[in-house]
Ligand binder design. Structure first.
Ligand SMILES: Cc1ncc(COP(=O)(O)O)c(C=O)c1O
Length: 375
């Protein structure tokens, strides 16, 4: 039995008729770019998050970038984020002309360490982007307390955290804006590229609506230099079919995570920690192990689909060499990157498949025991 890393076909099978009908409705009405399907999805996604507004955009990168632009971030500004994230978080900062400044992550939650954040703030800091990595929210209480003391807005990168909560607050609803990606493999995924920003600010909502549509305040009247950052009607229609099933799908991910924790309790692997205040939605189930690359190779040979999120922290990427960071700049992020191994995680995973993954992982760990250490 092979175990895939993710199986989107299986996920879509039971919804196939509804999805086909939803796409046909968009085709029949020719509402392809923006339009009524996007407007309906925006209302429904805002309600799901418990936010007053959602603004549909082209993808998660647009959501982050347009949020920063709407907040007035530009050349000369610094924006603090973590090096343990997908490249898009930093790219969004760079594409405003601002400078990404990194702060290290916490060793057990893999999210922004508030103590490191505090140290990274300078008079040029104009925004903070905590990343809710793998589906668990960063320590928003501590981050917001620091941010408000310094009068700096917070943009949540919730691209991996649809439906995650902290102390009852949904991911994306605590910052000035919350940014989501609906890339197909996400907990809520489109049939292509899509994203959204949620906010409680009517001013930011209006700014974002203008910026995502070529800076138009009305047709062919451009108050700003914006961008083509609209959401497609077909993606909105697909997302409207899938959204009502998101909570159940997240609950299944959580049940799978519980079983992984239980079965891996006696293995020399560090399993994810869900903190007391958090409701983790396990977009990724990443363990930390020694000899990671060898074990990944063995698991792949055994037919277990695994991933690494992410092998190189952003401050060590060649693209960001000019920022002047080096090996040792962010020891926690670097240690995590060397040990992270993402195991199969998707709602339709079966108990048997999880047992097989764990058996195989334990066999591999035992085989590499002489050098193995918990990363
Ligand atoms: C943490 C994080 N931020 C931003 C993005 C960018 O989203 P998109 O790929 O939709 O542009 C992603 C998507 O992979 C992500 O995981």
């Amino acid at each position: 039995m092979k175990v895939p890393f993710i199986d989107l076909k299986l996920h879509h099978q039971p919804l196939r008729e509804q999805l086909d009908a939803a796409i046909a409705e968009v085709v029949d009405s020719s509402a392809f770019a923006g339009g009524p399907f996007v407007a309906k999805f925006e209302q429904e996604f805002a309600a799901f998050c418990g936010a007053p507004f959602a603004i549909g955009v082209g993808n998660g990168t647009d959501a982050l970038w347009l949020s920063l632009l709407a907040l007035g971030i530009g050349p000369g500004d610094e924006v603090i984020t973590v090096p343990s994230t997908f490249m898009a978080t930093a790219e969004a900062i760079s594409f405003c002309g601002a400078r990404p400044v990194f702060a290290d992550i916490e060793d057990r939650t893999y999210t922004l360490d508030p103590a490191q954040l505090e140290k990274a703030i300078t008079p040029r800091t104009k925004a903070i982007i905590p990343v809710h990595l793998f589906g668990q929210m960063a320590d928003m209480k501590a981050i917001l307390a620091i941010a408000s003391r310094h009068g700096i807005p917070v943009v949540e990168d919730a691209c991996q955290a649809h439906g995650a909560r902290q102390d009852g607050h949904a991911a994306g609803t605590l910052g000035a804006t919350g940014c989501f990606s609906f890339y197909p493999g996400k907990n809520l995924g489109a049939f292509g590229e899509a994203g959204a920003v949620v906010t409680s600010s009517p001013e930011l909502k209006q700014r974002l609506e203008v910026l995502r549509d070529h800076g138009q305040s009305r047709k062919y009247f451009h108050s700003d230099i914006g961008w083509n950052g609209r959401m497609d009607g077909i993606q909105a229609a697909v997302l409207r079919v899938k959204l009502p099933h998101l909570k159940a799908a997240n609950d299944r991910r959580r049940a799978h995570a519980r079983l992984y924790h239980e079965l891996l309790a006696d293995a020399s692997a560090t399993t994810p920690l869900e903190t007391a205040h958090n409701h983790h939605v396990y977009h990724v189930y990443a363990v930390r192990i020694g000899e990671r690359d060898h074990i990944l190779e063995s698991l792949t040979r055994a037919g277990i689909g695994c991933g690494i999120h992410y092998p190189v922290p952003i401050h060590l990427q060649p693209a960001y060499r000019s920022l002047g960071y080096g090996l040792g700049s962010f020891p926690v992020a670097e240690r995590c990157a060397a040990g992270f191994l993402s195991l199969p995680m998707f709602p339709e995973l079966t108990t048997d498949q999880i047992r097989m993954v764990v058996d195989e992982l334990k066999t591999c760990l035992a085989g590499h025991q002489p050098h193995a250490c918990v990363a």
